[in-house]
Design a protein around this ligand. Structure first.
Ligand code: AMP
Length: 620
């Protein structure tokens, strides 16, 4: 009988950890090697043996070509594989190998198979990256109950017993990624209000800074670049990491690697000492890179550093004294340190597992979307349905219509980003809704709904309310965006905000002008008898004027609006004339009939969607 416990797994870039609830508290499970963290390293040996964790890390020096490290950096990257012996492995498959070991070791420790798991991901992971993580869990044989954000998990590990309202900043610097999140906690609810980070910054970079320093000195002395010898490089990398870790507790460390190179005159050794001060100066640019994401998260959350009640450090790299200093400087508060930074995430995942299995019942968990989501509408504009930093799970729908007469299908293009122009954002996927009954432009009612589940996985559906036809997609493969790309997109959006706004206004004015012409033409056609010659000539002249302005590619929003306005005013005359005619007929005893049926005094707010698709004004 498998255990009904849910395993909490921190599937890290460099190290993983796993925990379960035991007697109401999260407990880290030791792996088969007796350690509380497991290197996220896989090796496929020449004799077809598969090594995972410490044994894989240990042989990385002798077997670099067959050793796979930091696979998490490639999660959700479309088409990416690692080739070993002509066999291609996807990031999901490699991650599944790590998760299988975790599953085995957990079963060994608990004396029972564990089938259910909660797996954590960086807060900034895109939809594709989350989906890939879930797939990895499933390949490993887990029922993945939930994917949760690492900083959320970490604050659960801290906040379990804390019932008071507070705002927490989680600063997570691991081996390969940096994440900062701001959470509002209170009454057992954890809400991530903003997240930011850098997917390409972690303890590894500190190691490489030391490697470069040592290799440069060696090269200056012996004219040999150790970085060109793969084995020497791997040895240096390990020695650098050891020195770095030592420097977290001591003021000086030595790097001692015997027989690292051979020359005609004999073997050469690396024997160098490194002070903490030197180490900190070598890596000052790295620590500085955590400042901007931290400030950005604060500003996205609408908080000042003073508003932060607690700071939590997560990830092995936060043991470096320079991290504490940096955080204190940024937030003006001393970080908490009662939970081991390597273990907090797995412990939080176990708590969430406890919530799901019913062992813990006083916690609700909320996460947020890192970027806005929406669709492309007429003129290539991006229409947001879900704003960035919206709490998930969430659902939003909006009614759109067609831009052209007799249009029987619409192409729904789903984007993620902050730019006003759809094409400047990331295309997540697209699908076609067809079978719309032919009708005038602007008549069909097409409801587009976005649904983001608790794992951050996006489902988009579209329904033609007239025919009841429906289509949908779940976005899985699509664009796996790294933290860095998301950050870049946010920066780009800020940089172009003003220009984008102007472009949006111009496109909207153009859309309105085009719809006004469409409307005018159909009104003239439908009401041939009701419109007198003068008015007809007037309207035709106004149409021509709008067309002229439209023909000018550089026409300003203002010019377009003025021309459209003149046309709209002329159109109102049609309604007036029709009304008068009807009134006269009524007086003449024709009886019945309200004002102008059908011809409908066109409402000038009626905006139409892209070549095929437009926004209507009846939002839900
Ligand atoms: P994590 O992914 O959270 O396990 O973090 C792994 C990173 O933390 C690696 O780059 C380690 O070298 C680093 N690390 C672990 N312990 C320490 C320490 N005491 N001082 C500095 N870095 C550490």
């Amino acid at each position: 009988m498998p255990s009904n416990k849910i395993l909490g797994i921190d599937l890290g870039t460099t190290n993983s950890a796993f925990a379960v609830m035991e007697g109401g508290d999260p407990e880290i499970i030791q792996n088969a090697e007796g350690a509380r963290t497991t290197p996220s390293v896989v090796a496929l040996t020449e004799d077809d043996e598969r090594l995972v964790g410490k044994p894989a890390k240990n042989q990385a020096v002798q077997n670099p070509e067959r050793t796979i490290q930091s696979i998490k950096r490639h999660m959700g990257e479309e088409g990416y594989t690692v080739d070993v012996d002509g066999e291609a492995y996807t990031p999901q498959e490699v991650s599944a190998m790590i998760l299988q070991k975790i599953k085995r070791d957990a079963a060994e420790y608990l004396g029972d198979e564990v089938e259910r798991a909660v797996i954590t991901v960086p807060a900034y992971f895109s939809d594709a990256q989350r989906q890939a993580t879930k797939d990895a869990g499933e390949i490993a044989g887990f029922d993945v109950e939930r994917i949760i954000n690492e900083p959320t998990a970490a604050s659960m590990a801290y906040g379990l017993d804390d019932e008071s309202d507070q705002t927490v900043l989680v600063y997570d610097l691991g081996g390969g990624t940096f994440d900062v999140s701001i959470l509002d906690l209170g009454g057992g609810v954890y809400e991530v209000v903003a997240t930011n980070g850098d997917n390409d910054l972690g303890g590894d970079d500190w190691d490489w800074a030391v490697v470069d320093h040592v290799a440069d000195q060696f090269q200056a002395e012996h004219s040999i670049d150790l970085r060109e010898d793969r084995q020497a490089l791997q040895r240096l990398k390990e020695a650098a990491e050891e020195a770095k870790i030592e420097l977290s507790n001591r003021k000086e460390a030595t790097i001692n690697e015997q027989f690292i190179a051979a020359t005609d005159s004999g073997p050469l050794h690396v024997e160098q000492s490194l002070t903490r001060a030197k180490f900190e100066s070598l890596t000052s640019d790295l620590i500085a890179r955590t400042a901007d994401p931290t400030r950005q998260a604060l500003s996205d959350a609408g908080y000042d550093p003073d508003d932060i009640d607690e700071v939590i450090l997560v990830g092995g790299s936060t043991r470096m004294p320079q991290v504490r200093e940096q955080v204190e400087q940024l937030v003006g508060k001393e970080p908490r340190s009662s939970v081991n930074p390597d273990e907090a995430v797995a412990m939080g995942a176990a708590i969430q597992g406890g919530v799901l299995s019913g062992d813990v019942d006083d916690i609700v968990l909320l996460d947020v979307t890192p970027l806005s989501l929406g669709v492309e509408v007429k003129g290539g504009l991006f229409e947001r349905l879900i704003e960035k930093n919206t709490t998930i799970p969430t659902e939003e729908s909006k009614v759109f219509t067609t831009a052209q007469a007799n249009q029987t299908s619409v192409n729904i293009r789903v984007f993620q980003g902050e730019r006003e122009i759809a094409a400047e954002n990331e295309l997540l996927g697209e699908f076609m809704l067809s079978g719309i009954p032919p009708s005038p432009a602007g008549t069909p009612q097409i409801e587009v709904s976005f649904n983001i589940d608790e794992n951050g996985i996006v489902n988009v559906s579209a329904e033609d309310k007239g025919s009841g036809n429906e289509e949908s997609i779940t976005i899985e493969g699509g664009a796996g965006l790294s933290d860095e790309e998301i950050e870049e997109m946010q920066e780009e959006a800020e940089k172009h905000a003003e220009e984008d706004q102007q472009r949006r206004e111009r496109i909207e004015a153009r859309n309105q002008a085009e719809s006004a012409i469409q409307r005018a033409e159909s009104l003239l056609e439908e009401n041939e008898d009701a419109v007198d010659d003068d008015l007809r000539a007037d309207i035709e002249a106004s149409i021509e004027e709008v067309e002229e302005v439209l023909a000018d590619e550089d026409a300003s929003a203002n010019d377009l609006e003025t021309a459209t306005e003149t046309l709209s005013t002329a159109l109102q005359e049609i309604g007036k004339q029709m009304y008068q005619q009807q009134a006269q007929q009524a007086q003449a005893g024709a009886g019945g009939g309200g004002p102008a049926g059908g011809a409908g005094a066109a409402d000038s707010d009626d905006e139409y969607v892209d070549a095929d698709f437009e926004e209507t004004d009846d939002e839900e």
